[in-house]
Design a protein around this ligand. Structure first.
Ligand SMILES: Cc1cc2nc3c(=O)[nH]c(=O)nc-3n(C[C@H](O)[C@H](O)[C@H](O)COP(=O)(O)OP(=O)(O)OC[C@H]3O[C@@H](n4cnc5c(N)ncnc54)[C@H](O)[C@@H]3O)c2cc1C
Length: 266
């Protein structure tokens, strides 16, 4: 019998045409866990914002200092990084990528959960200093999750930066057999998710090393129809390699280096 998960082409993710860029205002902040801070943002554009998938993400344009006026690049351009680079240095906001954790269109609100990993990156810095009334820019982006509806087994792997996306994937999608591995630095950062999670504690290891080991040592199903792997770039590359070795088709693996150890993720 033909196996539909093997013969069907991986779905093409819809592309967003003419992404909007707009200002948003922080309305609430909340420390969810020791290293995860939730910012609630409001903007009229959130009323008709149409996420493409469960792990929808946004470009956040954060002013470098609270007193500076918000300067945004023009709308609609394909290359947001180049558009930001064209803004004079003294007015240029910092651009980083974050997942849309919750969307309440009727209230014109979204929640974004920021990992606070120190104060060396503009994303973390903004999350720590933001108060009700702080402004930032939002650039619509897209989503990455691309399992075929017929997928019966899937593996989802990430670290704390991927927790908002993993939470959404578990809430919004289903699959008969789902294995989830999440590496965190602090056991108090464990969140209650809509599914069983193998929590991997980093301890004093390099970020990602214990996650790679957990996937390598796991008894995974012989056949995995879909895998989603996001987190520190080198760990993601290694886990993807392990999954390909296990027999997962490269076209069945969504992966993204959400951040880079020792480097800014521009
Ligand atoms: C599609 C996508 C969705 C994402 N969703 C989220 C999300 O919902 N929540 C979230 O918190 N992050 C998310 N990330 C990851 C986030 O964009 C990166 O962690 C980004 O590096 C944060 O920017 P920064 O300004 O804090 O640090 P950067 O300026 O990028 O880096 C500065 C320094 O901090 C280090 N660093 C960066 N991130 C971490 C970390 N997590 N732990 C330890 N050190 C770090 C870097 O190695 C570097 O040395 C997402 C990334 C992508 C691509």
């Amino acid at each position: 019998m033909t196996d539909p998960t093997r013969t069907a082409r991986a779905p093409q993710r819809p592309r967003r045409i003419g992404a909007r860029v707009f200002p948003a205002t922080v309305t609430r902040t909340r420390q969810l866990t020791p290293h995860m801070r939730r910012l609630t943002l409001t903007a009229a554009e959130f009323a008709d914002y149409a996420p493409i998938g469960p792990d929808e993400y946004l470009g956040l344009l954060m002013p470098r200092d609270e007193a500076a006026p918000l300067r945004l690049p023009p709308e609609g351009g394909e290359n947001i990084r180049a558009a930001v680079a064209d803004i004079p240095d003294h007015e240029r906001p910092d651009l980083r990528w974050y997942t849309l954790r919750e969307h309440r269109p009727e209230q014109q609100e979204i929640d974004v959960d920021f990992v606070v990993h120190g104060d060396e990156g503009p994303g973390t810095r903004f999350a720590l200093r933001a108060r009700a009334g702080s402004v930032l820019g939002v650039r619509e982006c897209t989503a990455l999750y691309a399992a075929l509806p017929q997928a019966r087994t899937r593996v989802i792997v990430g670290d704390e930066t991927a927790l908002p996306a993993i939470a959404r994937i578990l809430e919004d999608t289903s699959c008969d057999d789902t294995r989830v591995f999440v590496e965190i630095g602090d056991p108090d950062d464990i969140q209650s998710l809509a599914g069983d999670v193998a929590w991997v504690l980093r301890g004093d290891a390099r970020p990602g090393d214990r996650l790679v080991a957990a996937v390598r040592e796991a008894q995974l199903a012989d056949r995995i129809d879909y895998a989603w792997v996001c987190g520190e770039r080198l760990a993601v590359q290694e886990i993807r390699r392990l999954l390909v070795e296990h027999g997962v088709g490269k076209d069945r693996i969504t992966f993204s280096g959400y951040w880079r150890l020792g480097e800014a993720r521009l």
